[in-house]
Design a protein around this ligand. Structure first.
Ligand SMILES: [Fe+2]
Ligand SMILES: [Fe+2]
Length: 171
């Protein structure tokens, strides 16, 4: 734990920040696994485009987990050590992809990103002007999550349109 680094926090305790970051850390691991397994089980139209997107997102979520873990350690905390605690400590529930249809999978993932956006937006509000290093990290992650939601929604809309087009042509 680096003392000077922690001493620059203003009006917020390191412990409060590490507790919040640990919840986000659990979200990131669950999001990583959700994308990982979705990319394996997804089926249906334009599934290759979905697999490319889901695989990229999985890599991003793992990178986020890394960023958050490093910040927790800098603040003198311990990242959650046991995967059993991921679901109980997370903000965003884990949504198992029971239905492998590409549109259902994209819908689930969009919901997950919306939860991530709310989480990081709240973390940015809490740390703004109080813990600028964490603020910077959560802002970077927030920008990624916003991009994730947009990419998934665009893909969802494309597939939806494509299906509508096919239906029109076979009538
Ligand atoms: Fe993330
Ligand atoms: Fe994401």
């Amino acid at each position: 734990m680096a003392k000077r680094g922690i001493s620059i926090l203003k009006g917020i305790e390191a412990k409060e920040v590490t507790e919040l970051l640990n919840k986000a850390y659990c979200d990131e691991w669950l999001a990583y696994y959700q994308y990982f397994i979705e990319s394996k089980v997804v089926k249906g139209i334009m599934k290759d485009a979905a697999i490319a997107e889901l695989t990229q997102h999985a890599a991003d979520e793992l990178r986020h987990a890394n960023m958050v873990a490093d910040r927790i350690l800098q603040l003198g905390g311990t990242p959650i050590l046991d995967p059993k605690d991921w679901i109980t400590h997370s903000n965003c529930d884990y949504d198992a992809p029971e239905d492998p249809n590409v549109l259902s999978i994209l819908e689930q993932s969009i919901k997950g990103e919306q939860c991530a956006i709310s989480t990081y937006s709240a973390l940015a509000d809490i740390t703004r002007d109080k813990d600028i290093v964490t603020y910077d990290i959560v802002s970077q992650i927030l920008a990624d999550e916003v991009e994730h939601e947009e990419d998934l929604q665009a893909l969802y809309d494309d597939i939806h349109e494509f299906i509508a087009e096919i239906k029109k042509n076979i009538q």
